[in-house]
Structures are given as structure tokens and as C-alpha cells.
Design a protein around this ligand. Sequence first.
Ligand code: FES
Length: 144
Amino acid sequence: MLANRDDFRSVTLLNGAKSPAELLFTDECAEWRQREDVVYLETVDRGDSDWEGNVGVITTLIPKLEIDPRRTLAAICGPPIMYRFVILDLLAAGMAEDDLLLSLERRMKCGVGKCGHCQMNSKYVCLDGPVFSYHEIKRLTEAL
Ligand code: FES
């Protein structure tokens, strides 16, 4: 998206970690903070003595956004417990299930459909994904 920035209207990036030391991609985060064509918000569950940013789980950032549900696509990556709460908040904001894209790469092992490690009911993450819309997987008991 950043490489083709003109193809998109607004781009918002929410980043969360348990603590400031656990924030990933710190070089990229510094760049995103500086960009005027990207809204970048970050939060940590627990701050430290140097932290001046938002404290709270990632969903505490969602009310700060102006979401036009008809023109918004969300790409969500993180632990399954986070997915559950982010999905609830984005659905409450009016977003469609098809517009919530979930990365499930963490479930993969062999990556070629042989080991079954990634299987969620009838779907294989490595063959059918690894990115699924919420609508595709919401009824799979093993997905989230
Ligand atoms: S990761 Fe082995 S079958 Fe998908």
C-alpha cells in the first residue's frame, strides 16, 4: 500500500504490543510516525517510565478512528485472542464480514498440505489461505 500510496484514500496503521520493548518493526514505525499520508497509532498494554503514548489493548485505538464502513478494509494480524475483540469492534462500527481480512500464518508448519497442522475443519491455511475474510471462517470451530 505504501509503495502504491496514490491508489488508496486514507491508510491507517494500528500497532500494539504488551510493552514498549516488544513493539516490532521499530525502524518502520519511526518512518510511519513521520509520514503525513499515513495515520499511525500505537499502544502498549503496559507502559514504562519513558513511554508517553497510549496505554491499553489495541481496541482502545479503534474509537479514535473515523471509519466509513462502506469504504474500509481491515487487514488484521496478531494473536487469536486479539482477533476476537478487534472483529467485534469493527463489526460494531458497521464493517462487513468480508472486509475483515485475517492472517492465520501462525498455524502453518509444512506449508504444502501434507502435515494437517494448519487444518481448520475443511480448510487448510497453507493451501486455502493464509489470509481469510472473517466471513469465510467465522463458522469454522477451529479457526479462532
Ligand atoms: S501446514 Fe501442513 S498441511 Fe498446512
